[in-house]
Design a protein around this ligand. Structure first.
Ligand code: NPW
Ligand code: K
Length: 484
């Protein structure tokens, strides 16, 4: 029953497709397990795992501050305290005072801790070397208040290691929202299963290193989502030719905005597409304002034969992209829609109908949160408030595969469980990296012929390139695609 290292701040430590459970599904799993085990069984396992991880993280720490809330998350902390106390460590256990009784499992842990000789204070210590944050778990319902908020502030004020039990206190388990004070952990030990909030929105910034301990519970229950796995390496047979890996055309680049289209086309080429065409929009008069590598074949947009290729449309397309879009939506064998193509679709009910009429596994849309908001006719705040739900809504409404970009990109498609992507980091938050993703998705779609598989693979690889960026210089979109 060892804890598994899932993510470091440098990227994924696991390459598997792991289940992710929202709060409701986690509670069902927990309740089923509680019925089959003696009282306190899971919490005792959680406490042992927490104690072991804290020792592994800070073997020379003298004082362990174990900050416990008055729910079952606090119970995990109390169980950890019992072990650390028995192992001869100096511990300071704090729990806010209140008249309200503890829930059953936490109450049991409280009694066990008292019996083991653990002192439980209603104040924080003056000094500590490592903190176990067991204040709030998946029971958080609103921004932390009172002593909870004060102790979260205190935890964050020191530069010591912080191990969060289950989830950093103050983070919403389903969405990654942090409505108020939130612990900034160096390590988070998720119990039973991963939660969506650990992996998207604020989750990645406050979790530090993410660990998982299943507490020995197997379950066949359907998860809420999956962690997007590292795709299998694809094999290029010796007996192959340029037609074996599909043709990609990148269409976009209105006058003065051609860099985006060239970036996407170069990314498709670097990703192994057999042939890549660059189709600049008519206002460009066939002339690129940026250098076009000789390996890209330039074509007039009217000369493209979309029935036979994977078309990546949008990059730097401006408003002009709206004119050829109806034909492309009707005729393209495979389609990746990004940026201005998405803005055009958001503004036109006719284009939306055409998109909805396409075969479901032939199209990928790659909106960032603002583009997603335009498509759904809502605010960016509403998009970000529940990114998993937003991506699923987009997939259902437009009948295609969606990559909702941002911290913890979500990949969704109709009638599938979504994936949350674990690779990538803040270096990607620069202009042009979205064009690179569109080009990579185009190349993957030309190869896989499945929008879903292409989106999952491209999203993972794109993030992994940023995780592997070790140069001292800042990441650039060109640098990113050259590292493919
Ligand atoms: N049972 C088991 O076997 C297992 C349980 N496990 C563990 O249980 C955790 C879930 O426990 P949970 O459901 O008790 O919720 P939890 O996160 O402790 O919070 C509830 C407390 O917080 C309070 N509170 C809420 N919001 C607040 C706020 N904003 N500001 C201030 N207070 C606030 C709330 O107060 P109330 O709102 O009720 O007044 C209540 O007192 C889970 O994350 C995992 O760690 C695992 O080890 C697996 C085995
Ligand atoms: K916690």
């Amino acid at each position: 029953m060892n804890s598994e290292w899932i993510l470091s701040t440098q990227g994924p430590k696991t390459f598997a497709r792991l289940p992710i459970l929202g709060t409701t599904a986690s509670r069902t799993l927990e309740e089923n397990a509680i019925q089959n085990h003696p009282p306190g069984y899971l919490m005792q396992r959680a406490g042992l795992a927490l104690a072991k991880l804290s020792l592994a993280v800070a073997p020379h720490a003298h004082v362990f501050w174990i900050a416990c809330g008055r729910g079952n998350n606090g119970g995990d902390g109390l169980e950890a305290a019992i072990h650390l106390h028995q192992w001869g460590k100096e511990i300071h256990v704090s729990m806010p005072a209140a008249d309200k009784p503890l829930p059953t499992d936490a109450g049991l842990a409280f009694a066990r801790a008292r019996q083991a000789g653990v002192a439980i204070h209603d104040h924080a210590p003056d000094h500590w070397d490592i903190c176990i944050d067991a204040l709030l778990g998946i029971g958080l319902t609103h921004a932390p208040t009172g002593t909870y908020a004060d102790w979260i502030g205190l935890i964050n004020s020191r530069s010591c290691d912080v191990i969060s039990a289950d989830i950093p206190s103050g983070l919403m388990a389903d969405t990654g929202d942090a409505p108020g004070a939130c612990v900034n952990a160096t390590h988070t030990l998720s119990m039973l299963r991963l939660k969506p909030g650990l992996l998207t929105l604020h989750g990645r910034d406050v979790c530090g290193n993410l660990w998982l301990n299943t507490l020995g519970l197997e379950s066949t229950a359907e998860p809420t989502a999956w962690l997007n796995p590292m795709p299998a390496a694809y094999h290029r047979p010796h007996l192959s030719h340029k037609g074996s890996f599909g043709d990609v055309a990148v269409a976009g680049g209105t006058r003065g905005m051609q860099g985006a289209a060239v970036l996407a086309a170069r990314a498709a080429l670097q990703s192994g597409a057999g042939r890549v065409y660059l189709a600049l929009l008519p206002s460009a008069n066939g002339e690129a304002s940026v250098k076009v590598p000789a390996d890209l074949m330039q074509r007039h947009t009217d000369a493209l034969q979309p029935q036979q290729l994977t078309l990546v449309a949008g990059c730097g397309g401006g408003e002009e992209i709206a004119h050829p879009l109806p034909r492309w939506l009707l005729e393209s064998k495979h389609l990746v829609l990004d940026a201005d193509a998405l803005n055009a679709i958001a503004a036109s009910a006719d284009l939306q109908t055409l998109l909805q009429g396409r075969d479901v596994d032939t199209t990928v849309i790659t909106p960032h949160p603002l583009e997603a908001a335009r498509l759904l006719g809502c605010s960016v705040g509403e998009v970000q408030a529940d990114r998993l739900r937003t991506a699923q809504l987009l997939a259902k409404q437009f009948k295609c595969t969606v990559i909702l970009k941002g911290s913890g990109s979500i990949i969704a498609a109709p009638d599938r469980l979504p994936h949350i992507n674990p690779s990538g980091n803040g270096k990607l938050a620069i202009a042009g990296t979205g064009d690179v993703l569109a080009g990579m998705t185009g190349a993957a779609l030309a190869r896989h012929a499945s929008a879903w598989k292409a989106a999952c693979a491209a999203c993972y690889h794109h993030g992994a390139l940023a995780d592997q960026w070790v140069k001292r210089t800042s990441l650039t979109a060109s640098g990113l695609l050259e590292s493919i």
